[in-house]
Write a new protein. Structure first.
Length: 384
């Protein structure tokens, strides 16, 4: 059995446009005055046809519209893409189709049209339940608008997730505790929680470098917020199944699980990455970041990728370890050894277990709560 089959097969489509650029965001997102959605439709459909020809016969498990703000896409465009997908691959009976949305772009009629097209899961970028912090984060919506949008989504889709950012400016532990309980009371089945990170090339990055981004929690307070998050949401029936993601049992993001279980996934759209096993070799795929360049390349060259790179088995083993150890289910050491050509060092496993960083059961190792808090260090120790 090819290794990727242990993770499944998914399709990621990147929509690169937003209504505005958030100051903390380092994703490939752009603001455009005009978007020719018919032209974009032709490019997406052409790429789906090309990639499906290479992966003919595979069962497609998931589709994920990411961005950017995919809820700015015309519902007719989403419907055309999904119709093309259904005729291009055999699809799982329970195929998960997720679309990311921002509260400011939510309309009841638009959401009903997405649902009619086949979208069955929405992930909303709420980010904060505090109007002052939403403004600081550069968000265009208010808390009231976020709640209203969430209610619209909940009425249109069986599965709704939303994101929150913590370790924000001047945020304290008590305030985060209150906000988290409020979020859990809203949640349908899934919440993603991310610590605010200051990235180079963002507005926050420039402001921080100039000494202007004040009131950020120190590392100890940020760690306390992370640990409180685990305790509170576990007690409320939404434990972490991955470092930053919490869900009720059976409601995990199936698409993201393909990444973390190191399956294959095709990436279509500007800045989209992929991993595809073809002819017994795993390839890393990548596309140009620029929306205009990607669109021109698809139209002029018949494909939207930069040259593919072979992923050597040793690198596959490292990628698998880095992704799978983020999960509560952990890493299959036999699968790792098959990719790496060697087992994880037994003495290292014993030492990390003695330190309380990992636990081992049969062929599976898992990071403990203490290990998850310093996961990058644990992974470095485990890699050959």
């Amino acid at each position: 059995m090819e290794d990727w089959r242990q993770g499944g097969f998914g399709l990621y489509l990147h929509w690169p446009f937003c209504a505005s650029k958030c100051p903390y965001c380092d994703f490939n997102s752009h603001v455009a005055a005009e978007i020719d959605q018919d032209r974009w439709a032709r490019a997406y459909l052409s790429e789906i046809e090309r990639v499906s020809a290479e992966t003919s016969g595979r069962v497609l498990n998931t589709v994920f519209f990411g961005g950017g703000t995919p809820s700015l896409m015309n519902p007719t465009l989403v419907a055309a893409i999904l119709d093309k997908i259904r005729t291009s691959w055999p699809t799982a009976n329970d195929m998960e189709i997720t679309l990311e949305a921002n509260p400011g772009s939510v309309e009841a009629t638009r959401f009903r049209a997405y649902a009619d097209a086949g979208v069955n899961r929405v992930s909303m970028g709420i980010q904060a339940l505090n109007d002052a912090d939403l403004k600081r984060l550069g968000r265009l919506h208010s808390v009231a608008e976020a709640r209203a949008a969430f209610d619209v989504a909940r009425n249109a889709f069986a599965r709704v997730s939303f994101d929150l950012i913590y370790a924000r400016q001047d945020q304290d532990l008590a305030g985060w505790r209150r906000e988290l309980k409020e979020a859990a009371a809203m949640a349908v089945d899934h919440i993603s929680l991310y610590q605010l990170t200051i990235e180079d090339g963002t507005a926050f990055g420039a402001r921080h470098a100039a000494g202007g981004l004040r009131g950020l929690p120190d590392d100890d307070l940020s760690a306390d917020m992370y640990l409180e998050t685990q305790d509170i949401l576990s007690d409320l029936g939404m434990p972490a199944y991955e470092v930053s993601n919490h869900a009720r049992e059976g409601c995990e993001s199936r698409h993201n699980m393909i990444y973390w279980r190191y399956g294959d996934y095709a990436g279509i759209g500007p800045g989209a990455h992929g991993r595809l096993t073809l002819g017994g070799q795993r390839w890393a795929t990548e596309t140009p970041l620029s929306p205009a360049r990607w669109l021109d390349q698809v139209e002029q060259s018949g494909h939207g990728e930069v040259p593919r790179q072979v992923v050597p088995l040793a690198d596959q083993a490292g990628e698998y370890l880095m992704m799978s150890l983020r999960l509560a289910e952990g890493t299959d050491t036999a699968r790792f050894a098959a990719l790496a050509g060697q087992k994880i060092d037994a003495a290292t496993l014993v030492r990390l277990a003695d330190l309380g960083m990992i636990e081992q059961s049969g062929h599976r190792i898992r990071a403990t709560p203490a290990g998850r808090a310093v996961l990058n260090s644990v992974i470095r120790e485990l890699l050959p």
